[in-house]
Design a protein around this ligand. Structure first.
Ligand code: ADE
Length: 360
């Protein structure tokens, strides 16, 4: 079992919540222990991402056979898909400790040095939101990753200098929402670069069943399928919806979440049949009503919605793109016919919307 050290006192992790629809923050505060108990701890328990698991299993076995630390791993993908969970599983399967921090929490080189010098041979250092490291910190990570060395400051005043310090061999696991956010020098220092994909509805249904069981409740196959289908391809959202739908079902005196309970609870939560929530619909409606259906630049859209650009790009947009509600054109984002139909509009309002040009 991997031993976990949260090295940043949670400060960096609340930053994750800011691009994560507030789910992470509130859920963590509400039920940190419960959340931890929902996380799968082994590759076998982990549902979905089967191609990724197959590869990582081989890399872990090979490193263990050689008695070497696993090569540095970069995991990328939208929030909530299980990057942190996968890092913990890697440490667990390697039989080493994991030290957890995040880009914003590593404020200066001294903080990084503290993390690196605390590592024992083979340990995993997990840096969430690694794209948010400052350039100075990022640069000192290079020598740590490549040469297992970090330069520590010694002495003061005009006698101040740096001394190289040898680190125990370790594995860096970095997580980022998009590899494009990372400069080439850092990206190229990872020998293993893998993406996490949105989950299939059937996988999410399985996760809902597992979560309901851990929460000591049950869901029928149809109930779990309904929650899974409306979870935006994201286990963290499936888990949050399962908890909330359980509340509705329990208060209605139901023994198990069936399809009707799921539909009722999800309706109350403002999750529509396509799994879009109020903010997704606000994004689409703003493009239709204020920008004639698009194309609109991401900055104009972010300003209109009073949402940070990063949040739009990392959290809302990937799902809307993946499900065909939105397309990206060289001139900006544009809604599709499917989005118009979903919003119950036959055409974009406003003067210039030419329905003939709208993508399918
Ligand atoms: N809980 C959250 N993500 C999960 C996953 N991928 N498999 C099983 N349980 C999960």
């Amino acid at each position: 079992m991997a031993r976990v050290r949260h090295e940043d006192g949670g400060a960096g992790r609340s930053k994750v919540a800011s691009v994560d629809r507030g789910l992470l923050r509130t859920e963590r505060e509400e039920s940190a222990i419960e959340e931890a108990s929902l996380r799968p701890r082994t590759m076998d328990e982990y549902i979905g991402q089967s191609a990724l698991k197959r590869k990582l299993r081989v890399f872990v076995d090979a490193a263990k056979q050689r008695g070497e630390p696993l090569d540095h791993v970069l995991l990328h993908g939208p929030p909530g898909l299980g990057k942190t969970t996968m890092a913990q599983i890697l440490a667990n399967e390697l039989g080493v400790r994991i030290h957890i921090t995040s880009g914003p929490a590593v404020e200066h080189k001294g903080v990084l040095a503290g993390h690196l010098t605390a590592l024992e041979a083979g340990d995993v250092l997990f840096i969430d939101e690694i794209h948010r490291l400052t350039p100075v910190v990022e640069e000192s990570l290079y020598s740590a990753m490549e040469d297992g060395r970090i330069d520590l400051p010694v002495g003061e005043g005009n006698r101040a200098r740096t001394m190289p310090f040898s680190l125990a061999p370790f594995t860096l696991v970095g997580a980022t929402t998009r590899t494009a956010l990372l400069g080439a020098p850092l990206r190229e220092r990872f020998q293993i670069v893998e993406g996490l994909e949105y989950y299939a509805d059937a996988e999410l249904a399985e996760i809902v069943q597992r979560t309901a069981r851990i929460l000591k409740f049950t869901a029928t196959d149809a109930g779990a399928a309904e929650i899974g289908r409306r979870s935006r391809g994201t286990p963290r959202i499936a888990n949050r919806l399962t908890r909330r739908v359980r509340d509705f079902a329990q208060v209605r005196g139901r023994a198990s979440i069936d399809r009707d309970d799921a539909q009722y609870g999800l309706g109350e939560l403002g999750i529509d049949p396509e799994g879009l929530d109020a903010i997704d619909r606000r994004v689409l409606t703003a493009i239709v009503d204020l920008f004639d259906g698009g194309p609109v630049g991401i900055d104009a859209l972010a300003a209109t919605l009073s949402e940070p650009r990063d949040t739009l790009e990392d959290v809302y947009e990937p799902f809307l793109l993946q499900r065909g509600f939105l397309i990206r054109t060289p001139r900006g984002r544009q809604v599709t016919r499917k989005a118009l139909a979903h919003l119950g509009r036959s055409t974009a309002s406003g003067g210039g919307g030419d329905q003939g040009e709208l993508p399918l």
